[in-house]
Write a protein that binds this ligand. Structure first.
Ligand SMILES: [Zn+2]
Length: 447
C-alpha cells in the first residue's frame, strides 16, 4: 500500500547547469509525510531498528528537483560518478563475479548511506566489495588513495632523515602477439633474480639502499601489444649518482681484476639484462631497460607508484572527452593504461578492447600490485600493511544518514548511486533525502 503527498515544486529553484554547489542552497524541503509501503513494512518487521522514521514518496506528483536532475546529464561529472559508471559498464563483460557484485549486491537487510561527522567522507555500507586493485575502478581508486598517503608519509620521513628518494623504471622489449602471462612472468622473474643473491646484498649495502616499493604497471597498444614494466621507488642513504667500487670475481684469472668505479644505474642495468635473458626476454637496446633518477617533488614520487589516486591521472583526463568518437579511434593505436582500455570497452563495446580487458583480468588476478621491501614500513614508522580487500571493505563515515532496504537499493543503483553520494557530500543530508524522495525510493532515517 502506498500513499502519497505532493512536495511543493516551488521549493526547488532551477539553478542552471552549473555544478551542484549553488544548488545546495535551494534544496530545502520543509516537511515529509511519513509513509510506510509494503516493502518498508516488511523490512521493519524483519528486525530494523525501532527508532526509525520512515520516509517514502510516490512517484506521482513528485518530479526530480531540477538542479539535481541536471547532475546526471551535466557535463560536470565527478570522478566518483565516472568510476561508478565504468564499473556498471564493466559488469556486462567482466569475467570476475566479485567485480560484478561489487557495490551492487547487498550483504545485509539494508544498505546504509553513511557520512563522517563533518560530512567530508561519505559511502555505502552493507554492500559486497571486490577489493580488486587491478580490475575494479571503484575499489582501485580507494585502495590507491590509501597507498598513496602511505607513500607520501614514507617520502616525508625520508626527506626528514636526509635520505634520497629516487625512481627506478625497469622495462623489457615486447611486441604485438606476446601474451600477457609470459611477459608478466618474465618481469617477475627478472625482478626476483635482480634482487637476490650475495652480489645484490653487497650492492644494496654499497648503494646505501634503505628500502624500496615496487609496483607493476601495464599498458596496451594495438600496435605494440602488452607493455609490462616496474616502477620502483628507492630510498637510499647516499646519492644514486655516486659511483660504487666494484671488483669482478677473480674466478680462474691469475691476477685479481682491478677495482672499477661504476654508477649504480649501470650495475642495475647489467644485472637486469642478464636476469631477463634467462627467460629469453631482451631489454630495449638503446635505453638498456633501466631509468633511474631522483625526483624532489613528493607528489610526483607518490604518483610514481600509485597512479590511480592521482586526480589528474590520464584516466580521469581522458574521461572528460568521453564523447569524442574519433579521438577514441586514434588513441586505440597509441599506448593506453588498462583503465583507458576499460573506458573504451565500456564506451564503444569494441570487441578487441573487451578481449584485451578479459585477458588482463585473468592474468592479473592474485598478483600483487605493490610491494614494500622488508623493514621499510617500520623504518618510516608505518604500521602493518592492510590488504587490498581490507581497505575496500572499510565503510566511510561513522554516522548512518539513511537505511535503504535491498529491494529499493536496486532502484538506487539504476539511478546512479554515485550521484547520491556526491549530493550528500556536497549538500548534506537533506539533499540526499530529496534525491531519494524525488525518485520514489523509500528509506529509513535514524532519529
Ligand atoms: Zn570493487
Amino acid at each position: 500500500m502506498m500513499t502519497s503527498r505532493n512536495i511543493s515544486q516551488s521549493e526547488y529553484a532551477h539553478t542552471g547547469t552549473d555544478a551542484s554547489h549553488d544548488a545546495c542552497a535551494h534544496h530545502a524541503v520543509k516537511q515529509h509525510t511519513v509513509i510506510i509501503d509494503g516493502a518498508a513494512e516488511q523490512f521493519l518487521r524483519s528486525g530494523a531498528p525501532r527508532n526509525l522514521s520512515v520516509f517514502s514518496a510516490s512517484s506521482s506528483g513528485v518530479e526530480a528537483p531540477r538542479q539535481y536532475a541536471n547532475t546526471s546529464s551535466s557535463d560536470v561529472v565527478s570522478a566518483r560518478q565516472r568510476r561508478y559508471r565504468l564499473r556498471d559498464g564493466e559488469r556486462l563483460f567482466t569475467t570476475l563475479s566479485r567485480v560484478r557484485a561489487c557495490g551492487k549486491t547487498t550483504i545485509g537487510a539494508a544498505v546504509e548511506l553513511r557520512a563522517s561527522g563533518d560530512g567530508s567522507r561519505v559511502g555505502f555500507g552493507g554492500l559486497s566489495t571486490c577489493g580488486s586493485v587491478w580490475a575494479c575502478p571503484v575499489c582501485a581508486a580507494k585502495i590507491s588513495a590509501r597507498r598513496r598517503d602511505e607513500v607520501a608519509e614514507l617520502v616525508a620521513h625520508a626527506q626528514a632523515e636526509g635520505a634520497e628518494v629516487s625512481m627506478l623504471t625497469l622495462t623489457m622489449r615486447h611486441h604485438r602477439g606476446q601474451n600477457l602471462e609470459d611477459l608478466w612472468d618474465a618481469l617477475s622473474y627478472g625482478w626476483s633474480r635482480l634482487t637476490s643473491g650475495r652480489a645484490w646484498q653487497q650492492f644494496e649495502q654499497q648503494a646505501g639502499i634503505i628500502g624500496y616499493i615496487k609496483s607493476t604497471e601495464i599498458t596496451y597498444s594495438h600496435v605494440n601489444g602488452w607493455h609490462v614494466h616496474l616502477h620502483v621507488l628507492i630510498v637510499t642513504s647516499r646519492s644514486i649518482y655516486i659511483p660504487i667500487a666494484c671488483q669482478r670475481a677473480q674466478g680462474r684469472a691469475r691476477q685479481p681484476y682491478p677495482v672499477e668505479y661504476r654508477l649504480p644505474k649501470d650495475i642495475i642495468a647489467e644485472r637486469w639484462e642478464r636476469a631477463l635473458k634467462v627467460k629469453g626476454v631482451e631489454v630495449i637496446p638503446e635505453r638498456g631497460g633501466v631509468d633511474w633518477d631522483v625526483a624532489g617533488d613528493a607528489e610526483k614520487l607518490a604518483n610514481y607508484v600509485t597512479k590511480f589516486g592521482d586526480k589528474s591521472s590520464a584516466s580521469d583526463r581522458i574521461s572528460a572527452e568521453m564523447t569524442l568518437g574519433q579521438y577514441k579511434q586514434a588513441r586505440k593505436n597509441s599506448s593506453r593504461t588498462l583503465w583507458q582500455v576499460l573506458e573504451d570497452a565500456v564506451e564503444t563495446g569494441d570487441m578487441d578492447d573487451i578481449e584485451v580487458w578479459q585477458e588482463y583480468e585473468r592474468i592479473s588476478r592474485g598478483r600483487r600490485a605493490m610491494t614494500w621491501s622488508r623493514g621499510l614500513r617500520e623504518w618510516a614508522g608505518l604500521g602493518v600493511e592492510q590488504t587490498d580487500e581490507e581497505i575496500a571493505e572499510e565503510v566511510a563515515g561513522d554516522r548512518v544518514v539513511a537505511l535503504i532496504d535491498a529491494d529499493s537499493w536496486r532502484t538506487v543503483v539504476q539511478s546512479h548511486a554515485a550521484e547520491l553520494l556526491d549530493l550528500l557530500q556536497q549538500c548534506g543530508d537533506q539533499a540526499a533525502f530529496d534525491w531519494l524522495i524525488s525518485r520514489g525510493i523509500p528509506f529509513y532515517r535514524l532519529l
